[in-house]
Design a protein around this ligand. Structure first.
Ligand SMILES: Cc1cc2nc3c(=O)[nH]c(=O)nc-3n(C[C@H](O)[C@H](O)[C@H](O)COP(=O)(O)OP(=O)(O)OC[C@H]3O[C@@H](n4cnc5c(N)ncnc54)[C@H](O)[C@@H]3O)c2cc1C
Length: 590
């Protein structure tokens, strides 16, 4: 316990058992739950809780629509959106999970058909062999989106209001006081508000994280960033070699493009990359390791951006006529975590708890996973009255595991950018982790049916990548160990490390053939990921005892095919349009 002014603040480690101080004593609160921040995370949580009858208030410092970053989706994020919509019966939460929702989600969002990577060397035109186009499978749900966050967040916030949440905009919270029997939230104006529980979804400047001094910066990754929205950013193939010359399934503008180089990378996320698009903007961000490229306070962010990319002729050509349409944001080191994520009557959500780097776009996946866990626990707490740190301990474990996993992956990726041969093999580590995580998420939903507790029990075992598969963890440990130890400036050491990592991947009987093809020099993943080789009873995925047991459990091949076909129908445009119309008619009658 410690004192704050004349009040007592109780803090418990999450290992402690529920205590009376954090049990609801039946006192009359203004709200069940108060949420700080109406970004996609805070608003999604508010919508779920309000949908289930909880009294929810959300405080937002600014007012919608407002600029936000975090625009590139990954399959795991989209699947988590479907899971949230399904298990909490809030269909709107799936509206950004596939291109097939565009008629309802709006045409200001871009489409993402691949994750594209071009590795550059200073002073040289891009070498086409240094390419990876990680094509995103279209089946069964359709391709993914680039989120125009001012619109997605406004929509999510409005959805929360539609389900009954109170949202107070232009109201920065400046103090939160978790007490024994309630939480008191204070804004600059207005009377203090009380609630049973507070969720801080306010991002890096989280009021609670600052108040309790829980920030931890002891992380491997070091990057700083500058980003904005631009116009006149052409498709890479208009200024560089053609799609045909690269021999790629998709144009680079049809996905999220990452320009990689020693010491950093640059994202290109177009919103104007499909026939239905109505948004001319393209999101652009540059990430640099500050140990290699210290901050340039002598330059504006825009001057620094153009001065930096001038050394890479193929990147500079793509931005020759580009203009920012809003002020650049420049941020210092981006990495942080929190040594405490939950306390009695409070929790930090997603970005408020930790962040590593936008590389691989894991941020929203981690945030929405946290929404799932918190919503489940808060619905239970409403019944039991137990708002203790112990009751919410899973959130701390999962959040901290996610941040550490992202840190390891991103730090070693930055190391790999120093020598293309390292990136070529380490990219397979990233892909394997993402792919297995996605398979697990899909199968968890398939197996759980309507049983949210069963899904939750599996979800809390995941660690951002690898789908909780022990054999994956073992591989990751080996490969990351090699990556962390290799002297990237020593050619011979790199050659040895690359050979060792190659050997590790090639010895796995559960790795997909297209990943091995990347090790052999192929520059893209095939459009069709469903390979007959996966179904071979002897050596395929369904034949390996441990792999099958972990990911597919009792599901038979027939079950999987039926489930896949059902998902395809349920996420196809005609079915979604029918569902949408039905929902509209039901609501119009009320
Ligand atoms: C440079 C960068 C790029 C990123 N790119 C990606 C990406 O491509 N893909 C991806 O998945 N993730 C990405 N992320 C991560 C992603 O941005 C976050 O995961 C996501 O935005 C989290 O959403 P949120 O709702 O939790 O927080 P936010 O979207 O940050 O919303 C927080 C809200 O809280 C409000 N707020 C803050 N303080 C207060 C206060 N005291 N009182 C009231 N309101 C307050 C803010 O005004 C804001 O509206 C990126 C992050 C960064 C930093």
């Amino acid at each position: 316990m410690r004192r704050h002014g004349d009040r007592e603040i109780w803090r418990y480690g999450v290992s402690q058992s529920p205590c009376l101080s954090s049990m609801s004593m039946g006192k009359n609160m203004d709200y069940d739950v108060a949420i700080i921040g109406s970004g996609i995370g805070g608003s999604a949580l508010a919508a779920i809780l309000a949908r289930h009858g909880q009294r929810v208030v959300v405080f937002e410092a600014r007012s919608h629509p407002r600029f936000a970053i975090g625009e590139s989706l990954i399959l795991e994020t989209s699947e988590m959106m479907r899971a949230l919509a399904h298990f909490y019966d809030v269909p709107e939460l799936a509206y950004f999970s596939t291109e097939n929702f565009l008629p309802f989600a709006g045409t200001t969002h871009g489409i993402k058909r691949h994750f594209g990577f071009l590795h550059h060397q200073s002073g040289q035109l891009h070498d086409r062999r240094r390419t990876l186009q990680a094509v995103i499978p279209k089946e069964p749900h359709g391709h993914e989106l680039h989120l125009y966050r001012q619109d997605t967040d406004y929509f999510m916030m409005s959805t929360a209001v539609a389900y009954g949440a109170t949202v107070v905009q232009n109201s920065p919270v400046n103090d939160i006081e978790p007490l024994a029997d309630q939480v008191v939230i204070r804004t600059a104006s207005g009377r203090p508000v009380t609630a049973n529980y507070v969720v801080d979804a306010g991002g890096f400047r989280s009021v609670l994280a600052q108040k309790f001094g829980v920030r931890d910066f002891d992380l491997q990754t070091h990057s700083r960033g500058m980003f904005t929205h631009m116009i006149n950013v052409p498709c890479y193939h208009q200024t560089g070699d053609s799609q045909e010359a690269y021999g790629l399934p998709f144009r680079m503008s049809e996905g999220t493009l990452h320009h990689l180089f020693d010491g950093g990378w640059l994202w290109v996320i177009p919103f104007n990359n499909h026939a239905e698009a109505t948004n001319p903007l393209c999101s652009v961000g540059l990430l640099l390791d500050p140990r290699q490229y210290p901050p340039r306070d002598d330059l504006t962010p825009e001057e620094e951006f153009f001065a930096f990319i001038a050394q890479f002729p193929s990147i500079a050509a793509q931005f020759a006529n580009a203009h920012a349409v809003r002020d650049w944001t420049r941020a210092g080191r981006l990495q942080y975590t929190s040594n405490q994520v939950v306390g009695d009557r409070w929790a930090l959500l997603g970005h408020a708890a930790g962040f590593i780097d936008p590389l691989f776009s894991k941020g929203l996946y981690a945030s929405l996973t946290a929404v799932f866990i918190l919503a489940h626990r808060l619905l239970q707490a409403k019944q039991t009255g137990d708002y203790s740190a112990a009751a919410f301990a899973d959130l701390q474990t999962v959040t901290q595991n996610d941040v550490r996993a992202a840190d390891r992956l991103v730090a070693n990726s930055y190391r790999s950018f120093k020598d293309y041969r390292l990136w070529q093999v380490y990219a397979v580590m990233w892909l394997l982790g993402a792919y297995t995580e996605l398979v697990k998420l899909n199968m968890m939903r398939a197996q759980a049916g309507a049983d949210r507790q069963a899904y939750y029990d599996q979800l809390i075992t995941l660690k951002l990548v690898g789908g909780g598969y022990p054999a994956f963890e073992a591989v990751a440990q080996q490969v990351d160990g090699i990556m962390a130890a290799v002297d990237t400036a020593d050619e011979t050491a790199v050659t040895t490390a690359v050979a060792e990592i190659n050997q590790i991947f090639r010895s796995l009987d559960w790795i997909a053939d297209p990943f091995i093809a990347l090790l052999d020099g192929k520059t893209y993943l095939p459009k069709n990921k469903i390979r007959l080789s996966l179904l071979k009873p002897g050596a395929g995925f369904m034949g390996n005892g441990a792999y099958k047991a972990h990911f597919f459990g009792d599901l038979t091949m027939r079950d999987l095919l039926v489930y896949g076909a059902k998902e395809k129908v349920q996420f196809a445009r005609p079915y979604l349009a029918w569902q949408h119309k039905k929902l509209y008619q039901e609501r119009a009658k009320r």
